[in-house]
Design a protein. Sequence first.
Length: 256
Amino acid sequence: MPALGLGVWQMAEGRETEQAVEWALDAGYRHVDTATMYRNERSVGAALARSGLPREDVFVTTKWLPMMRGPESELARSLERLGLGYVDLYLIHWPVPLRAAHGWPDLLELREQGLARAVGVSNYGVDRLERLVADGRGPAVDQVLFSPFHFRRGLLEFCDRHGIVLEAYSPLGTGRHLTSDTVRGIADSLGRTPAQVLLRWCLERDVPVIPKSAHRERIAENGRVFDFALSDDDLERLDRLDRTGGTDGALERKWW
């Protein structure tokens, strides 16, 4: 899985999503993250088709929402919308009680069929991950809200121990984190943008990250994060921004 990807949450179906994906691919991104719930899979597929890139060169993630049909039928619909024969990663989008647990064996079967090269989960804390890893068939990825402000140390440590890739979504806090005095100060000292600093922090934690932007300049800017590093002092200052207390959970409150 490429360490940097484009997330398309809250992007409108059609021109907005298609342009963003095209701009990201032009800028060198090779990782796109969508979901059934986003209602823009068809636009992601259209942009991928127009890119002319070989299928194996682009890593595509989509997600199953457990409140909908079963994973098998939903993935078939997602593949039709994306215009693909398989996805690189298929995730359970939310840990809906009972329903998500019952769907996990179906995701493993979809992996065996080659319709998803890897399967995983999103928004799962250690309590739920423990149930999945117990029989040795745990998820490849756990995609969660993760940033210096949501530095889930306990969850990251658990994933590292069990060979699960922790992946970060909303690393910029939908823009809120860009105004932090600490983040801006570090960015100014490095001649970088606040967004680049936040993304680099994730990468230096070996956490793949999927920032969302519909603006060409910002997409390109977010992609320029592999030619600098944060100092130990920078990392420590950013670590102290954590508001979760180093939790091993994925959600601060119930959403159902």
